[in-house]
Design a protein around this ligand. Structure first.
Ligand code: MTE
Ligand code: HPA
Ligand code: MOS
Length: 774
C-alpha cells in the first residue's frame, strides 16, 4: 500500500464506488436459503460407516453419582461404544475463561442436562434407545436455582467487579429525590433454527477434521486439542454457516465438537453428533437472568446526579463467558445517559442451572433494563414522564463513562431529537391520550428507549482478525477470513469490500468457508465486531493486491502508477478506459511472477483497558439510537399488541442497507420477545419446565409490531467502522426494552393504583395482575 495515501482518501474513493452497491446489495445467502440449498452441519455428506452419537446427561441438577450401569445400553445391537471422562486422553476440561467445567461429569453433577457420557451407535435412533437403558443412581445435594439463593450461600464464580465514577454515596446526600428498588430480568433461549452439532472425521496420521456449527472455530480447535492431548495443528475446524447463533454458539458449540472428535479419536471413524431440540434446550445455557437492586438520585430539574446498582448474575454451574458478560453489564449500566456519580457492582453467582452464556447484547441489555426501571420508578414517584428524565440526561460530546472513556461522536441527542421530530411525537402522544380518554376496555402506552452500545470485544486482546485473499488465474477471487456467517450477512459485506476495491462484479468473488487451516488463532464471530475486524483485514489485503496490480499495469502501459485505477473490470489511465481488462491484467501479473495472494492482519487501534483500575478506552466507538414504542393493551384479557416501533438508528453510513435493516428488525423482535413473552422456567429441583415451543413462547408474525419504521440518522459514520458502516448486530436488541415500559404505561393508564413492578418478561398474566391490582 502507498504510504502517502491516507486511509481517508481510500475510504472516500470507496464511498463513491459503493453507493449503488450499498443500496442494492442482497444477502448472498438469500438465493440458497430460499431454495433450501444452504448447507448446515447435518447436511455434510457423511462418509460410509459414519457413527451417530447421543449425549447421556444428568437427570438431576445437583448430586453425587453413586453408580451408573451402562451394561444394558452397551449390549444393545448397533451400539459401538459409550465414552465417559475415563476415555479422555488429555484434560477433561472445556472452560474458556475459568477452568471450572468438565466435558463429562466425573463424581458429581452440577446441573440438570450436564453431559455424563456419549453413546456412539450405528444410528441416532439406536443411540437414543440405548440412552434409555442406562441406569444411574444419584445422591441428591441441595439445588440452587436463583442468584439470590447463591449469594446467600456464598456460591460465586469469581470475585465481584465494580466500576465507579465520582462519589455516588456523597452525591446521594445532596439529591432532591432518591429512589431505590429491585428488578428482575429473565433468561432467554437462543432458539437458533439449527441446533447444536458437529461432524468429526479422521484424516491421516491421527489428524481430525471437524465440521462445526460454531461462532468460534479456534475455540473448538483449541479445546479439542486440549481434551485429546494433541497439538492444535492436528485439528482442523471448518464452518460453512450457522443456522443462527445469537451468542449461543460462541462457547457452547464447543462441547459437542469435542465429544464427536473424542469418539473419532478412539474409533478412527467419522462421528456425527446433532442435538435434537429437546436435548439442546435442556443441555445448553441461555441469556443470564439478573436480579438487581438500584438507587437513583436526581436534582429538582431531573438531572440524575447519582446511580448505584448491584447486579446479581445467575451464571449457572460454570463460568463459561459469565465474567465477560458481567463486565459488559457494568459498561452499559448507564445506557445512553451521563451520570456524574456512579457505583455499580456485578456478582457472578454460581447456581445449578446449565452454564448461562453469550446472548445478543452480552449482558448489556440486562444492565440497561435496570437503569430504565430506575428512571420509570423515579418518574412515577415525582409525577413526570420517563421521557422527561431520559431527555434531561442524554449523553453529550466529551462526557465521561464510568469506565473512563470519553464519549466522542455522540449521537444520543441527535437520534432522540430526530425521532421526536420525524415521528411527530406530539401527535403520537395526543393520539395515545385521546384514545385512553375514550376507551376503558383498551389502553395505549408509549415509551422512548434510547440506546448506546460499545463496539469491540471488551477484552482488548481479542480485537483482531485476518484475511487471506487469492486472485485466481482467471481473475476470480477467493476470500478466507475468521468471520462466521450466521445469518447476519457478514459474508456479503466482505464480498462487497473486495468487489469495490477491485471493481469487479460480485459473481467473480467467492467467500470461502471459515477454516482454521486458512485463518488461524481467531476470535469468535461476536461482539457485533465481525464485519469491522474481518472487513478491515479484507480491505487491507485487497488494497495491497490492488497496489501490486497497479504496478504491473503501469509497467505494461508505460504510465505512472498514480494515473491508474481499476473500474468495471478495466484498467483506466487518468480516468480514461484502456484496452487492458481485469482478466488480462491478472495473467500479466502471473507472468511477471508477482504474487496474487495476500494475507492481512488487522488489530483495532486506540483501544485499551486497565482492569486493575477499571478505567480505559475499551470501545472503538459507540452505536446510538432511539426507539418509540406504542402498544395497545386489552384490559379484559391482559394481552397486548404493539401498534408501532419507530426508530432513528445510527448506522453510520450503512454499507448494506437491506442487511442492516434486517438486523435492526430481527434484533428488535428478539428484544421484545425477551422483555414481554419469552419465559424461561426451571422448577425448584432445577429442571427446565419451558422445554418445548409449547411452553416457551417466542415472537411470531402475529406478535411483532404492526408497524416498524427505521430511519437512519444523518451522520458521517466512524473511521474505525468498516467503510464507516457501524456494527449493527446487537445494539438494536435493546430497543425491545421500550416494549416493557410501553406496556407498563398502558397499565398505569387503566389502573392508577398500579404499583410499578420491574420483573421481565411482562407476560399477559403479569399485565392482568397489574391491571387489577388494588
Ligand atoms: N443475526 C442473525 N441472523 N443470526 C445470528 O445468529 N447473531 C447476533 C447478530 N445478528 C445473529 C445475528 C449476534 S449475538 C452478534 S454478536 C452479531 O450478529 C455477530 O455478527 P456481526 O459481528 O457480524 O454483527
Ligand atoms: N462481546 C461478545 N462476545 C465476547 C465479548 C464481548 O465483549 N468478549 C468475549 N466474548
Ligand atoms: Mo454475540 S452475543 O456477541 O455472539
Amino acid at each position: 500500500m502507498h504510504k502517502n495515501k491516507s486511509n481517508n482518501e481510500l475510504d472516500s474513493k470507496l464511498d463513491a464506488v459503493s453507493m449503488s452497491l450499498r443500496q442494492s446489495i442482497k444477502n448472498l445467502d438469500s438465493y440458497t436459503h430460499v431454495r433450501g440449498e444452504s448447507l448446515y452441519v447435518d447436511d455434510v455428506n457423511a462418509r460410509q460407516g459414519t457413527f451417530h452419537a447421543v449425549v447421556f446427561d444428568s437427570p438431576k441438577a445437583h448430586g453425587k453419582i453413586k453408580h451408573i450401569d451402562y451394561s444394558k445400553a452397551e449390549a444393545l445391537e448397533g451400539v459401538e461404544r459409550i465414552f465417559t471422562y475415563k476415555d479422555v486422553p488429555g484434560e477433561n476440561e472445556i472452560g474458556g475463561i475459568i477452568k471450572d467445567e468438565p466435558l463429562f461429569a466425573e463424581k458429581e453433577v452440577h446441573f440438570w442436562g450436564m453431559p455424563i457420557a456419549l453413546i456412539v451407535a450405528e444410528s441416532e435412533f439406536i443411540a437414543r434407545k440405548a440412552r434409555g437403558l442406562i441406569d444411574i443412581d444419584i445422591e441428591e445435594l441441595p439445588v440452587i436455582t436463583t442468584a439470590k439463593q447463591a449469594k446467600a450461600k456464598g456460591s460465586f464464580i469469581n470475585a465481584p467487579r465494580s466500576f465507579s465514577l465520582g462519589d455516588s454515596e456523597k452525591a446521594l446526600e445532596d439529591c432532591a429525590y432518591v429512589f431505590e428498588g429491585e428488578t428482575f430480568s429473565n433468561g432467554q433461549e437462543h432458539l437458533y433454527i439449527e441446533s447444536q452439532g458437529a461432524y468429526a472425521e479422521p484424516l491421516e496420521n491421527g489428524n481430525i477434521k471437524i465440521t462445526s456449527s460454531t461462532q468460534g472455530p479456534t475455540a473448538v480447535q483449541k479445546t479439542v486439542a486440549n481434551v485429546l492431548g494433541v497439538a492444535m495443528h492436528k485439528i482442523e475446524v471448518d464452518v460453512t454457516r450457522l443456522g443462527g447463533g445469537f451468542g449461543g454458539k460462541e462457547d457452547q458449540a464447543t462441547p459437542w465438537a469435542v465429544m464427536a472428535a473424542l469418539a473419532t479419536y478412539h474409533l478412527n471413524q467419522s462421528v456425527k453428533l446433532i442435538l435434537n431440540r429437546h436435548d439442546d434446550l435442556r443441555m445448553t445455557g441461555k441469556r443470564h437472568p439478573y436480579e438487581s437492586t438500584y438507587k437513583i438520585g436526581l436534582s429538582k430539574d431531573l438531572k440524575i446526579l447519582a446511580y448505584e446498582a448491584e447486579f446479581l448474575q445467575n451464571s449457572g454451574a460454570a463460568a463459561d463467558l459469565s465474567p465477560a458478560i458481567a463486565e459488559r453489564t457494568l459498561f452499559h449500566a448507564t445506557n445512553s445517559y451521563f451520570v456524574p456519580n456512579v457505583t455499580t457492582t456485578v456478582i457472578s453467582c454460581k447456581t445449578n442451572l446449565p452454564p448461562n452464556t453469550a446472548f445478543r447484547g452480552f449482558g448489556g441489555p440486562q444492565g440497561m433494563f435496570v437503569i430504565e426501571s430506575a428512571i420509570a420508578k423515579a418518574a412515577s414517584e415525582i409525577g413526570v414522564t420517563s421521557r422527561q428524565i431520559q431527555e434531561a440526561n442524554l449523553l453529550d460530546e466529551n462526557d465521561t463513562f464510568s469506565y473512563g472513556q470519553i464519549a466522542k461522536k455522540v449521537e444520543a441527542k441527535n437520534t432522540w431529537n430526530s425521532a421526536k421530530n420525524t415521528f411527530n411525537i406530539e401527535a403520537l402522544e395526543n393520539e395515545v391520550e385521546d384514545f385512553n380518554k375514550n376507551n376503558n376496555a383498551f389502553k395505549k402506552g408509549i415509551a422512548f428507549m434510547p440506546i448506546c452500545f460499545g463496539i469491540s470485544f471488551t477484552n482488548t486482546p481479542m480485537n483482531h482478525a485476518r484475511a487471506l485473499v487469492h486472485i485466481y488465474l482467471d481473475g476470480s477471487v477467493g476470500i478466507s477470513t475468521a468471520a462466521v456467517e450466521m445469518g447476519q450477512g457478514v459474508n456479503t459485506k466482505i464480498m462487497q469490500i473486495a468487489a469495490q476495491v477491485f471493481s469487479i462484479p460480485i459473481e467473480k468473488i467467492k467467500i470461502e468457508t471459515t477454516n482454521t487451516t486458512r485463518v488461524a488463532n481467531t476470535s469468535p464471530s461476536a461482539a457485533s465486531s465481525t464485519a469491522d475486524l474481518n472487513g478491515k483485514a479484507t480491505l487491507m489485503a485487497c488494497n495491497s493486491l490492488l497496489e501490486r496490480l497497479k504496478t504491473v499495469a503501469s509497467e505494461d502501459l508505460h504510465v505512472s502508477e498514480d494515473s491508474i485505477n481499476l473500474k468495471d473490470e478495466f484498467v483506466y489511465v487518468n480516468n480514461k478506459k484502456t484496452g487492458l481488462s481485469w482478466t488480462e491484467l491478472i495473467s500479466k501479473t502471473m507472468l511477471k511472477r508477482v504474487a496474487l495472494t495476500e494475507n492481512a492482519h488487522y488489530a483495532t487501534p486506540e483501544i485499551h483497558f486497565d482492569k486493575t483500575k477499571e478505567k480505559g478506552h475499551p470501545f472503538a466507538y459507540h452505536v446510538f439510537g432511539t426507539a418509540i414504542t406504542t402498544v395497545t393493551v386489552d384490559c379484559t384479557r391482559g394481552i397486548y399488541e404493539f401498534d408501532s416501533v419507530k426508530i432513528v438508528h445510527d448506522y453510520g453510513k450503512s454499507m448494506s442497507e437491506g442487511i442492516d435493516l434486517g438486523q435492526v428488525e430481527g434484533a428488535l423482535a428478539q428484544g421484545i420477545g425477551w422483555m414481554t413473552m419469552e419465559e424461561i422456567a426451571y422448577n425448584d429441583e432445577g429442571r427446565l419446565l419451558s422445554n418445548a415451543l409449547s411452553t416457551y413462547k417466542i415472537p411470531d408474525i402475529f406478535s411483532v409490531p404492526k408497524e416498524v419504521e427505521v430511519i437512519p440518522v444523518e451522520t458521517q459514520g466512524h473511521e474505525l467502522a468498516i467503510l464507516k458502516s457501524k456494527a449493527v448486530g446487537e445494539p438494536p436488541l435493546m430497543y425491545g426494552i421500550g416494549a416493557y415500559f410501553a406496556i407498563q404505561n398502558a397499565i398505569k393508564a387503566f389502573n392508577p393504583n398500579y404499583d410499578l413492578k420491574f420483573h421481565a418478561p411482562m407476560t399477559p398474566e403479569k399485565v392482568l395482575m397489574g391491571l387489577y391490582q388494588k
